[in-house]
Design a protein around this ligand. Structure first.
Ligand code: CTP
Ligand code: MG
Length: 231
């Protein structure tokens, strides 16, 4: 099942505490966002890649796209203040297609098997997002005092990719923009239209490179994948 991917890459990576966009930090010998691009370049079902980037970072990112031969990159949108604005800028540019996948450029370890299940579900029912089951005990607290232990059974940690029929995500993005609604993921924009969104169980390796300790975990994932390939 074919799809187009939109990759928001226009953040500043404040929590990473690097002096530049975290996506340009290298894991071993390659910038983080190049690993992400390579997943989609390799996936035969991915037809086109669109990136939202900061205007001033575009030349550098374009240079990496050429250097690593990511030929499926069809265009760059200028990212906005919020992640939602960056995704919207891409959605405004992409030609109509069946399924759009939105994926954080900062999640380089996504595997194509999960992508395949997401795209199939989105093509069937309209909307599907990746998530993993909560592993820890979750409690609510007020002023540092526990008020509730939340039942874990129905809790999910939501990730990207999030996959949608093109017409649905366009409608949801337009409606959110008209209402001045800001969500933390694309699913929220679709949920507020009352459209059901299916969770597809992903894996814990699909971590977002957010804080410096994530880089340690990221390198460990790459090491273990390299060892597996050599066996
Ligand atoms: N992103 C974007 N435009 C923004 C903000 C974020 O395209 N205005 C992108 C980031 O580049 C990243 C993804 O959205 O690939 C997920 O966001 P996040 O992990 O929060 O990255 P940053 O916003 O860069 O990091 P921080 O919140 O720590 O500043
Ligand atoms: Mg952010």
């Amino acid at each position: 099942m074919k799809y187009t991917v939109v990759l928001p890459a226009a953040g500043s990576g404040k929590r990473m505490k690097a002096d530049k966009n975290k996506l340009l930090l290298e894991l071993f010998d390659k910038p983080i966002f190049v690993y992400t691009l390579e997943v989609f370049q390799r996936d035969p079902d991915c037809e086109a890649i669109w990136l939202a980037v900061k205007e001033e970072e575009r030349p550098l990112m374009e240079k990496f796209v050429k250097e690593y031969d990511i030929a499926k990159v069809k265009g760059f949108a200028v990212g906005g203040t919020e992640r939602q604005d960056s995704v919207r800028a891409c959605l405004d540019m992409i030609p109509p297609c069946d399924v759009v996948l939105v994926h954080d450029a900062a999640r380089p370890f996504i595997d194509s098997e999960v992508i395949g299940r997401l795209v199939k579900e989105a093509a069937d029912s309209g909307a599907a997002i990746a998530g993993v089951r909560v592993k820890d005990t979750i409690k609510k607290a007020e002023s540092g005092i526990i008020t509730e232990t939340v039942e874990r059974e129905n809790l999910w940690v939501i990730q990207t990719p999030q996959a949608f029929k093109y017409s649905l995500i366009k409608e949801a993005a337009t409606a959110a923009s008209e209402a001045g609604f800001l969500g933390t993921d694309e699913s929220m924009l679709v949920e507020r239209l009352g459209h059901p969104v299916k969770i597809i169980e992903s894996n814990y390796e699909n971590v977002k490179m957010t804080t410096p300790d994530d880089l340690i975990y990221g390198k460990a994932i790459l090491e273990s994948r390299r060892q597996e390939e050599q066996q």
